[in-house]
Design a protein around this ligand. Structure first.
Ligand code: UT7
Length: 325
């Protein structure tokens, strides 16, 4: 039994925020942002574009491509750190929006790795023959979790959602070939977000400034490049295939400098790396599934091609997955 992707979808808010728009809010400029990050625009959610609503819109497209109805889903997993409520989960709201009455639903908090962690779980559920049709989503509205006075972070992130429907195959030549997932909680401070203040004064975390992203950019950069390189190399060894056999590399869209560094260190050809970060910025858990959907719809790979996914985020979390389409 193997795990295949039956359909992909993505959804982005209508509003585009340019670097020029940011110049009117904080002390920054388009040239700095482009040279340090490659980002030109990002999407910002508005009314009717909450995390679960973007997630549901992406999911409808993925289900449409898969030719499945929402009732056929067994499980919905959402990778997110920016749902509009802590409880219920974003996944339960998505279940309600879709009418996926036969699915159980829960979220994963793995920051930018939410989708690839979810994909890893879907693969294991499917291989163990517990559940057959699983919807995995990465969805964020981080615009609501940014300190818009902090130019180190607010220029980087954007909103959006991507989804993929996973199913099973008996074809031994296809499916998820392997994955490796990692975390290192000792490095939590480099990229973190507090919870809302506690109503129990004894449990209140000292110096909680509010629930927005705090980051040590330079340190994150260094770890991101090394971790992504190591996880890709480790996975190739584990699965015993070479970089040459990869048709398309879809990395987490953090910024173009990180991607360039990773690709250079791996010695992978840049023209086989999918990049959309200039248009959307870093959409955290949504970045890999949005990119996967766009690459899929652009016909950049077909049946039998091997695709490499890789991500890195707060936690720290990182990992890579290989799938033969
Ligand atoms: O999913 C993973 C999420 N995290 C990331 O992807 C972040 C990884 N880190 C990075 O990509 C880079 O560290 C940044 C793009 C965030 C920053 O680039 P940097 O080259 O590491 O800049 P820096 O933080 O060392 O700052 C250099 C200068 C500073 O000025 P001084 O002290 O040299 O005068 C900053 O104050 O750039 C200044 N600066 C800015 N200037 C204009 C920082 N942010 C901005 C800004 N606009 N938005």
């Amino acid at each position: 039994m193997g795990t295949v992707i039956l359909g992909t979808g993505s959804s982005l808010p209508k509003r585009i925020m340019t670097n020029k728009d940011l110049e009117t809010i904080i002390d920054t400029d388009d040239a700095w942002i482009q040279s340090r990050t490659g980002i030109r625009n990002r999407r910002i959610g508005g009314a009717g574009e909450q995390t679960h609503q973007l997630a549901a819109a992406a999911s409808r497209k993925a289900l449409g491509m898969a030719g499945l109805s929402a009732e056929e889903l067994d499980l919905i997993v959402v990778g997110t750190i920016s749902s509009h409520m802590l409880m219920p989960s974003c996944a339960c709201f998505v279940q309600k929006e879709l009418g996926a009455t036969n699915a159980f639903a829960y979220d994963i908090n793995a920051a930018c790795c939410g989708f690839i962690y979810g994909m890893d779980m879907a693969d294991k559920y499917i291989r163990s023959e517990h559940h057959k049709k699983i919807l995995v989503i990465g969805a964020e509205t981080l615009s609501g979790r940014l300190n818009w006075k902090d130019r180190n972070t607010c220029i980087l992130f954007g909103d959006g959602a991507g989804a993929a429907v996973f199913g099973h195959t008996r074809d031994k030549e296809r499916g998820v070939l392997g994955s490796n997932m990692h975390s290192d909680g000792r490095l939590w401070k480099l990229l973190h977000m507090h919870a809302p203040p506690s109503y129990n004064p004894d449990l209140e975390v000292a110096d909680n400034p509010g629930a927005y992203i705090i980051m040590e950019g330079r340190e994150v950069f260094k770890y991101a490049v090394k971790a992504m390189e190591d996880s890709v190399r480790g996975l190739l060894k584990q699965v015993n295939i070479s970089l040459d056999s990869i048709k398309l590399f879809i990395p987490h869209q953090a910024n173009t400098r990180i991607l360039k560094n990773v690709v250079e260190r791996l010695g992978f050809p840049e023209d086989r790396v999918f990049v959309n970060v200039p248009d959307y910025g870093n959409t955290s858990a949504a970045s890999v599934p949005i990119a996967l959907d766009e690459a899929n719809r652009q016909g950049l790979f077909s049946r039998g091609d091997t695709i490499l996914l890789c991500s890195f985020g707060g936690g720290l979390t990182w990992g890579a997955s290989l799938i033969k389409w």
